[in-house]
Design a protein around this ligand. Structure first.
Ligand code: FES
Ligand SMILES: [Fe+2]
Length: 460
């Protein structure tokens, strides 16, 4: 038995402070968005493991789900100038998202002559036109066919009908999405409560300072779902239990597409031995309390909590460093991890010091492989000019996250812990005699909702 797991009796209600209990003792009034609780009852049916392992189920996702959902591609900062493009791949589909004089457009990455990809998968760059690398058919950025070499051989060709076929492209809060369904509802509508909940989080003057793509041996949902619950925290990340909530995360479900978890920082988790407020504050800085302010250790005054001290320090730091005014944010909005998921594969973190966008995509048509792509963002001073976004750093399955330039070693080790489980889970699922997953009713409720929404697309 793992020494970090506290044993509780089977009680009707969990015997620990809820997220709402914790934020009620902060120094500021509870922010209305954080006071919301939404976790409608769901069935308790088991989830068939073939939804993670079977090629047939994967193919249904590729046929019925992926072409009909809004998929995150990149940030606007990645394609700021006319001609800048980003190639987005999902299964056999490949889409070129490109900035034109007329805004962002998305084209199927397949030549209308004999089908060659116009740009290689997984690439980005700048291009004044889209020219096929095989025989040189060329399209203008607006998708019109410009040039066909040996045009006398193609007198029959209807140039207008040979515009590049398009997908929908829309952006929200600097994040660029595509949808292959021409009847798709607008992105803002699809995002449900997200735009409202991010109303105070304008990420315009933020840039990507860390960008990695990690290959994993597991279904894309295995990787995604590992970040949708903290039920595993005391077993996989015992060192986290002394500074952050786990079993007492709040999990909210707002609709088919959007859910969130609210995780209190600067508190002892229900699974760890209680600590003093000063110990909590010290451990927030991972063994080096002096980094808190650059000089000297911060102290928790009588009557305050570690959370309150951190929130106050961050208000000061953000005003000094970035000229940002955080006085309209509650302690919890400043200190806590507020993590939103958007169906199918997006996870966006609204933290203040480092906002973060992560997506999980299958690799090719393989149900057993995926890539986890993360962009970490931080603010810059507009008067200093926008820094270039970090280049994507590619990690193979066996590579440690510690190789990612700039990634905090502690965060890297937490990611290593998470991803090391994924192969075991995928392999275990493939060899399961039970063939089903039995989810907890609350802590894994958001995972269940993923499968319910997926079923609406797949029709099974
Ligand atoms: S396949 Fe593209 S020009 Fe021939
Ligand atoms: Fe984890």
């Amino acid at each position: 038995m793992n020494e970090h797991i506290t044993k509780f009796s089977r009680a009707d209600a969990p015997p620990f402070r809820s997220y709402q209990d914790i934020i009620a003792t902060d120094s500021t009034p509870v922010a209305p968005l954080l006071a919301l609780k939404s976790n409608p009852p769901q069935p308790t049916d088991d989830i068939p493991l073939k939804q993670y392992t079977s090629q047939a189920f994967f193919d249904l996702e590729m046929e019925r789900m992926w072409p009909r959902v809004w998929q995150f591609v990149c940030r606007e900062e990645h394609i700021p100038e006319v001609g800048d493009y980003w190639v987005h791949d999902i299964g056999d589909w490949s889409i070129i998202v490109i900035r034109t004089g007329d805004g962002l457009r998305g084209y199927y990455n397949s030549c209308l002559h004999r089908g060659t990809k116009l740009k290689p998968s997984g690439t980005n760059g700048r291009s004044g036109e889209l020219q096929c690398p095989f025989h040189g058919w060329t399209w203008n950025l607006d998708g019109t066919l410009n040039e066909v070499p040996c045009a006398w051989e193609f007198k029959y060709l209807d140039y207008e009908a040979n515009r590049l076929p398009e997908v929908k492209v829309e952006a929200w809060n600097t994040f660029v999405f595509i949808n292959m369904d021409e009847n798709a509802r607008p992105l803002l509508d699809y995002l449900e409560v997200l735009p409202e909940h991010f109303a105070k989080r304008d990420l315009t003057n933020w840039y990507t300072y860390i960008h990695f793509q990690k290959e994993l041996y597991c279904n894309w949902k295995v990787a995604l779902e590992a970040f949708m619950e903290a039920y595993h925290t005391p077993v996989v990340h015992p060192e986290l239990t002394t500074v952050v909530s786990d079993w007492n995360l709040q999990h909210d479900i707002f609709g088919d597409n959007v859910s969130r978890d609210l995780s209190a920082m600067g508190v002892t988790s229900p699974t760890a031995q209680p600590k003093t407020e000063q110990e909590l504050l010290d451990s927030m800085f991972l063994g080096d309390p002096s980094t808190a302010k650059g000089n000297g250790r911060m102290l928790v005054p009588e009557g305050k909590t570690a959370r309150i001290v951190i929130a106050e320090a961050m208000r000061r730091n953000f005003a000094e460093k970035f000229g940002m005014d955080l006085s309209n944010l509650s302690d919890a909005e400043i200190v806590d991890s507020l993590k939103y998921n958007v169906f199918p594969n997006v996870m966006v973190n609204a933290g203040l010091t480092s906002a973060q966008m992560t997506v999980f995509r299958p690799i090719g048509n393989d149900p057993d492989r995926c890539v986890m792509e993360t962009m970490r963002l931080r603010p810059f001073r507009p008067e200093d000019g926008r820094p270039d976004p970090a280049e994507p750093f590619r990690l193979r399955e066996e590579d440690s996250f510690a190789m990612v330039p700039g990634l905090d070693p502690f965060v890297a080790s937490v990611y290593n812990q998470d991803t090391s489980i994924m192969r075991w889970q995928q392999e275990g699922m493939r060899g399961s005699r039970k063939g089903k997953a039995s989810l907890s009713t609350y802590q894994e409720s958001r995972i269940r909702r993923i499968h319910e929404t997926l079923a609406k697309y797949i029709g099974e």
